[in-house]
Design a protein around this ligand. Structure first.
Ligand SMILES: Cc1cc2nc3c(=O)[nH]c(=O)nc-3n(C[C@H](O)[C@H](O)[C@H](O)COP(=O)(O)OP(=O)(O)OC[C@H]3O[C@@H](n4cnc5c(N)ncnc54)[C@H](O)[C@@H]3O)c2cc1C
Length: 401
């Protein structure tokens, strides 16, 4: 490779979505020599409801300060059965004050989150190559990453390169994947009435229709539909779509006006057979994909990033090879229960919405009835949602890695 540049570092993070940026920042902040291989982010008008422990992690990394003005607190969550089925579930409300919190978390547009993370990475003088990795090869001693203008050699590669992960393929890791007959239409909108920091999830026969607060009289919408219906809505004019959404929201927030930036996402559930192998560790959607119910996807991804950064920093302090099988095995073991437990619950809930099988609808209705009526059960669920027992890495507790 004549004239090609050669980069070396201890760790390379491949992918500059939120999971990759948090991985790179956490490692660089703890003194690990890190290379970020990441083309510029595409414009993403989606929003992420970050649970309180994710907000704590971002604050600990010095990122949250730049996010705060763009984020709205989630003080309450309502789940409303909006299906026309025979057996309908009762409405259930979760209020953060019931477990002594001001908010379960905050909702922020991904473009603001990624901008704040990118600014923090730049402030930490993280080496960033603004290009995609072309190929990744692992041998016993290290990893070689082919780049458009050279190669990078590292001890560990963190695959934060999303659903079609090159890193995952390079490690020879397969997945269990099932596509749902659903597409999420996403957009942000302004509305007449205040949302009162409350997120409302209408459960319909085609999936959830969820309004999540943004600062001011604005909210984000995730509307899950059959693909043909989603395409029909996405093709509407702004005026027609605003009226249609207001109708579907039962005018809960008054008159609505959609903003620029509609997104369409085909939904699937996918879990990697292993989260780390051959000096490659996977974080975020490279490791697991869940449908957008209950705001779990990126919160899981941030716990991957925090756990891995902690294990790598510990290995380095003990003079252990950061890409060694023992570090990778510990990472896989520490993430397995959190990821599989949540994926199972979200998949079950999503499928119970889609099914016409009456006993499954009855079981869903009964579960929500019990959650509504039994205070300790409801509070335990809320605590588990905010701070999962299976995974509390140091960053999520407000400590550096
Ligand atoms: C409709 C919808 C709503 C959602 N709402 C929520 C929510 O409220 N809360 C929540 O927690 N989660 C939510 N999620 C999930 C969340 O959006 C994802 O978990 C998150 O975006 C995944 O981030 P990531 O960094 O893993 O991957 P991505 O954001 O996909 O980033 C991957 C990056 O890798 C880069 N890349 C790919 N290949 C290469 C390569 N070869 N070299 C270098 N870079 C590469 C890409 O350019 C991209 O920038 C939602 C998902 C959907 C679909």
């Amino acid at each position: 490779m004549n004239g090609a540049r050669k980069f070396t570092a201890e760790v390379a993070v491949v992918g500059g979505g939120p999971a990759g940026l948090v991985s790179a920042i956490a490692l660089a902040a703890s003194g690990v020599e890190t290379l970020l291989i990441a083309p510029a982010a595409e414009d993403d008008h989606r929003t992420t409801a970050l649970l309180a422990s994710s907000v704590t992690a971002l604050a600990t990394l010095g990122v949250w300060q730049a996010c705060r003005a763009h984020a709205a607190p989630l003080a309450a969550i309502r789940i409303v059965d909006d299906s026309r089925r025979l057996l309908r579930a009762p409405e259930v409300g979760f209020i953060a004050a019931e477990i002594g919190l001001d908010a379960f978390g905050h909702n922020i547009e991904n473009r603001h989150l990624v901008a704040a993370l990118s600014a923090r990475a730049a402030a930490l003088k993280l080496s960033r190559i603004p290009a995609a990795a072309l190929a990744i090869a692992s041998d016993g001693d290290g990893i070689t990453i082919k780049l458009p203008e050279g190669v990078a050699q590292v001890r560990l590669a963190i695959g934060a390169d999303g659903q079609r992960s090159l890193c995952r393929a390079a490690a020879g890791i397969g997945t269990d994947r099932r596509a749902y007959p659903q597409t999420a239409l996403t957009l942000n909108l302004a509305h007449d009435r205040p949302h009162q920091d409350t997120s409302t999830e209408f459960h319909t026969e085609s999936g959830p229709f969820t309004l999540v607060p943004l600062p001011g009289r604005r909210s984000s919408l995730v509307c899950v539909l059959e693909p043909v219906q989603a395409a029909a809505l996405a093709a509407m004019s702004d005026t027609a779509l605003s009226e249609e959404i207001e109708r579907r929201a039962h005018s809960l927030l008054g008159k609505m006006g959609v903003e620029e930036g509609r997104g369409m996402f085909a939904l699937a559930v996918e879990t990697a057979h292993s989260f780390a192998r051959q000096r490659i560790a996977l974080v975020g959607e490279a490791a697991h994909v869940v449908p957008p119910i209950g705001a779990q996807g990126l919160n899981l991804g941030l716990r991957d990033a925090a756990t891995l950064a902690e294990l790598v920093a510990d290995a380095r302090r003990q003079n252990v090879d950061v890409g060694s099988p023992s570090v990778l095995a510990r990472y896989d073991a520490q993430r397995r229960a959190d990821v599989t437990g949540r994926t199972f619950a979200i998949d079950l809930l999503n499928r119970s919405l889609l099914t016409d099988f009456i006993p499954a609808q009855a079981a869903r209705g009964l579960s929500l009835y019990l959650v509504d009526r039994i205070g300790p059960l409801r509070r335990a669920l809320m605590r588990e949602g905010v701070a999962p027992a299976a995974s509390q890495p140091r960053l999520m507790r407000g400590e550096m890695v």
